[in-house]
Design a binder for this molecule. Structure first.
Ligand SMILES: *[C@@H]1O[C@H](CO)[C@@H](O)[C@H](O)[C@H]1NC(C)=O
Ligand SMILES: *[C@@H]1O[C@H](CO)[C@@H](O)[C@H](O)[C@H]1NC(C)=O
Ligand SMILES: CC(=O)N[C@H]1CO[C@H](CO)[C@@H](O)[C@@H]1O
Ligand SMILES: [Zn+2]
Length: 452
C-alpha cells in the first residue's frame, strides 16, 4: 500500500471499531486485521491496469484465479476470443437441479488522464477519510471483489448454497462487451449453467438509497447527412447543405429540450426519456489555413448519440428521424453506426419484472433491507451495461452496485469509493447470496411452468 501522507488504515478502522477486547481470541484473527486484509485485496485488484484500450487481462486473470483458489472455488477461464479471458468461478450448490445464480462483473476500466487526478488512477491510495482512489473503484472492480469477499465470509461461516453460484469476470464491457458478456450469454457453457437470475452493475447513489436497475436504454448512433447547391458565401439562397442540416439540428434540439424538460421538472427519471446529444459536426471546404470562408459547402453531416428507453415508441422515433431529422425532401440521408435493441424478439420492452411475477426482485430487496440498506425506486440504467446480454437471452437481470452516500464518479477524474461503504457492500452481498442461493420456490402442480 502506498501511503505518502503517512496514513494508517488500522488507525482509521479503529475509529469505528471499539472492539479491541474481543479481538484477541487466539483462533480467529483480529477483526481489524481481517478488514485491512479485505481492503488490501481490493487495492491489489485496483492496482492492475486493466484500462482500455489494452487491459492487462493476464494479470487480472491470475489475480482472480488466486482469489478463487484461496477459498477453493471451482474455476475456469473461457476464451471465446483470443486474449479476452472470461474468468468463471463456481460454488456448487447442493441441489444442482435448481437454476443457478450468476454474479457478473467486468474486469476492464475506462482510460484515465492521470495528470488530472489527485492520486494516480492505479495507485489505490487511501486518503485520511478512508476514500480509496482508483479507476474502477466504482466501475466496477468494487462489485467483483465484493462478490468474492462475500463468498469467502459465507464459506467461513459454514454456509453451503442449495443453488450453484457463479461469479463471472468478463472483459471489454467498456467497449461494448462483444468479446465478453455477449459471447458468454450466447454460449453452450452458459446454457449448461442453467442461470435463473443474473446480477450486474448499477450506479453509485449520492443519497442513502441504493439504486436497483431493471432495464437500460439502448444506444442508437445516428449520422445525418445533407447535400445542397454550393454557392458564394455572400449569397442568400435556399437549399444549401448547411441550411438543410441546420433545419434538422434545430428540430433535434427542440426534441432534446422537450425530453430534458421532463427530467428537469421531475416528471421522468433520466433513464425514462430519449436523450439526444450531438457528437460531431462535419462540414466545410478545407484550405491551407483552415477552411475556405467565402464558400457555402455542398455537403455537411452531424452525428448524434441517442439513448432509447425500453418503453419508448420506436416506430414514432423512426418516423421522426425519416420525416423531420433527415427527410429526403430536404436532400438529407441518415445511417446508424450502431443500433442497440431496446425490445425483445417479440417487440416487448426488454426489462426485468419488478413485481410478484419475479420472486428474485423481492428477495433482493428483502436481503438488502435485512442489512438496514434503503432502496430507491427501480430505475432504467441511462447507459449500457452487460446486463442487456442476459436479458436478451430471456433472463431476469438486475443492476446493483452497493454504493450509497457516494458521488457518481464512474468514468470521471478521481473516481473513489469509501472503504466503509465497500465493506458494507460485502455484507449486503452476504445477505443477498444467502437469500438467493437458499431460495426454493413454493411448490406448484406437476403441470406448472418451469421452476424459476
Ligand atoms: C495503463 O494502461 C494503458 C493502456 O491500456 C496505458 O495507456 C497507461 O499508461 C497505463 N497506466 C499506467 C499507470 O501504467
Ligand atoms: C438538393 O440538391 C440538389 C443538387 O445539389 C439541388 O439542386 C437542390 O436544390 C437541392 N434541394 C433541396 C431541397 O435541398
Ligand atoms: C467453495 C467452498 O466450499 N470452499 C471451502 C469452504 O470451507 C471449507 C472448510 O470449512 C472447505 O472445505 C471448502 O472447500
Ligand atoms: Zn461498468
Amino acid at each position: 500500500m502506498d501511503t505518502p501522507r503517512g496514513f494508517n488504515l488500522l488507525h482509521l478502522l479503529s475509529h469505528s471499531l471499539l472492539l479491541l477486547p474481543l479481538l484477541t481470541n487466539s483462533k480467529t484473527p483480529p477483526i481489524q486485521d481481517e478488514k485491512s486484509k479485505i481492503i488490501s485485496r481490493f487495492q491489489q485488484y485496483l492496482q492492475i491496469n486493466t484500462s482500455q484500450p489494452s487491459p492487462d487481462y493476464q494479470k487480472s486473470t491470475q489475480f482472480l484465479l488466486a482469489q478463487a483458489n484461496s477459498i477453493s472455488l471451482e474455476s475456469q477461464v473461457l476464451e471465446f476470443v483470443k486474449g479476452k479471458p472470461i474468468v468463471l468461478l463456481k460454488w456448487p450448490g447442493s441441489d444442482p437441479s435448481l437454476p443457478s445464480i450468476l454474479l457478473n462483473s467486468h474486469t476492464d476500466v475506462v482510460p484515465s488522464e492521470s495528470s488530472k487526478w489527485v492520486y494516480p488512477p492505479f495507485g489505490a491510495h487511501i486518503d485520511e477519510e478512508g476514500n480509496i482512489f482508483a479507476r474502477g473503484s466504482q466501475d466496477m472492480k468494487c462489485v467483483g471483489m465484493q462478490y468474492i469477499e462475500a463468498v469467502r465470509k459465507l464459506n467461513i461461516s459454514g454456509f453451503r448454497p442449495k443453488r450453484s453460484l457463479y461469479l463471472s469476470f468478463v472483459p471489454d464491457e467498456e467497449i461494448g462487451g462483444l468479446a465478453g458478456a455477449q459471447k458468454l450469454a450466447s454460449s453452450d457453457v452458459f446454457k449448461d449453467m442453467n442461470v435463473g437470475i443474473a446480477l450486474d452493475e448499477g450506479l453509485a447513489s449520492p443519497n442513502e438509497n441504493y439504486r436497483l436497475f431493471y432495464g437500460e436504454r439502448a444506444p442508437w448512433m445516428l449520422v445525418i447527412k445533407s447535400t445542397g447547391a454550393p454557392g458564394h458565401g455572400a449569397k442568400l439562397y435556399e437549399d444549401s447543405a448547411m441550411e438543410n442540416l441546420f433545419k434538422s439540428i434545430e428540430s433535434i434540439r427542440r426534441f432534446r429540450a422537450s425530453q430534458f424538460d421532463l427530467v428537469k421538472t421531475g416528471l421522468k427519471a433520466e433513464g425514462e426519456v430519449i436523450s439526444v446529444n450531438m457528437a460531431f459536426l462535419k462540414a466545410g471546404t478545407p484550405s491551407p489555413t483552415g477552411f475556405v470562408m467565402n464558400l457555402q459547402p455542398s455537403e455537411a453531416e452531424a452525428g448524434f448519440d441517442i439513448r432509447i428507453p425500453p418503453m419508448a415508441n420506436l416506430e414514432s422515433l423512426e418516423k421522426r428521424i425519416a420525416e423531420e431529422w433527415a427527410p429526403t425532401s430536404r436532400n438529407m440521408s441518415f445511417e446508424f453506426r450502431g443500433k442497440g435493441i431496446p425490445h425483445d424478439d417479440q417487440g416487448r420492452p426488454l426489462v426485468t419484472a419488478t413485481d410478484s411475477s419475479n420472486p428474485w426482485w423481492a428477495l433482493l430487496e428483502e436481503a438488502i433491507m435485512k442489512t438496514n440498506g434503503k432502496i430507491g425506486k427501480p430505475e432504467i440504467f441511462p447507459a449500457s451495461t452487460d446486463a442487456r446480454n442476459f436479458r436478451l437471452v430471456g433472463l431476469h437481470a438486475i443492476g446493483f452496485s452497493p454504493m450509497a452516500n457516494t458521488p457518481i464518479l464512474l468514468h470521471d477524474h478521481n473516481e473513489f469509493l469509501n472503504h466503509a461503504e465497500y465493506l458494507r457492500g460485502i455484507d449486503v452481498y452476504v445477505s443477498v447470496i444467502k437469500a438467493y442461493a437458499s431460495y426454493i420456490p413454493p411448490r406448484r402442480h406437476e403441470d406448472s411452468r418451469d421452476e424459476l
